[in-house]
Design a protein around this ligand. Structure first.
Ligand SMILES: N[C@@H](CCC(=O)N[C@@H](CS)C(=O)NCC(=O)O)C(=O)O
Length: 207
């Protein structure tokens, strides 16, 4: 049994829940983080000294850092599918996963906060447009990459799509103008065909 600590609307928790659903893993989720608290308790800090979600325990083995958890689950339960064994195929999948944390989500987060964590009266349209342009530039990198591939790692769905897909949902769900990015849209539609993505990730955005 896998226990996942984290609120179901957190982007990083969704990566883990999506992976569990894709692999049909027996798991339970415990609300933690943001208004649920829990992450500051000594018991939780003993699991994850950072006080962050997601954190998991798999038959007592504890893992934190969302990308590491996804890789761990894929490596343990989906050998050579979600996480390819061949080193270059694996790097092709993993680079987009790490790029999501290092580049894509940091570019999208200010825009996300502007809508989801800022009262409408305090929103600055010029600032939001600058944030949208920054996010667009990053989504365009992904769009160009997808012009010759079905998935971020190539022909098959991998951990890279799980990470990037959770961020892409925020881009498509925010109430913003979106220039046409046809390869990105085609890829996103492909993800949206997956029941696990629809169930876990394509949920209304919350603060
Ligand atoms: N690099 C970490 C980031 C984790 C993180 O920032 N989690 C947020 C939620 S998305 C969190 O726990 N915030 C504190 C809270 O919700 O109380 C990961 O990828 O797991």
């Amino acid at each position: 049994m896998i226990t996942v600590w984290g609120n179901a609307d957190s982007i990083n928790v969704q990566k883990v829940l999506w992976t569990c659903e894709e692999l049909a893993l027996d798991h339970e989720r415990i609300d933690a983080g943001r208004h649920f608290g829990v992450v500051g308790t000594p018991e939780f800090r003993a699991l994850n000294p950072n006080g962050l979600v997601p954190t998991i325990a798999d038959d007592g083995y504890v893992v934190w850092e969302s990308n590491t958890i996804v890789r761990y689950l894929a490596g343990r339960y989906a050998h050579d599918s979600l996480l390819p064994c061949e080193p270059r195929a694996r790097a092709d999948a993993e680079r987009w996963m790490d790029w999501t944390n290092s580049t894509l989500w940091p570019a999208l987060l200010p825009l996300f906060r502007a809508f989801m964590r800022t009262p409408a009266i305090d929103r600055d349209p010029a600032r939001i447009e600058a944030q949208r342009q920054a996010a667009l530039a990053t989504m365009t990198i992904l769009d160009r990459h997808l012009d010759s591939r079905d998935y971020v790692g190539g022909a098959a769905f991998t951990v890279g799509d799980i990470a990037a897909g959770c961020a892409a949902w925020r881009w498509f769900a925010l109430p913003i103008a979106r220039e046409s990015l046809p390869h990105l849209e085609r890829w996103f539609d492909r993800l949206a065909e997956r029941p696990a993505f629809r169930k876990v990730v394509m949920t209304p955005l919350t603060t």
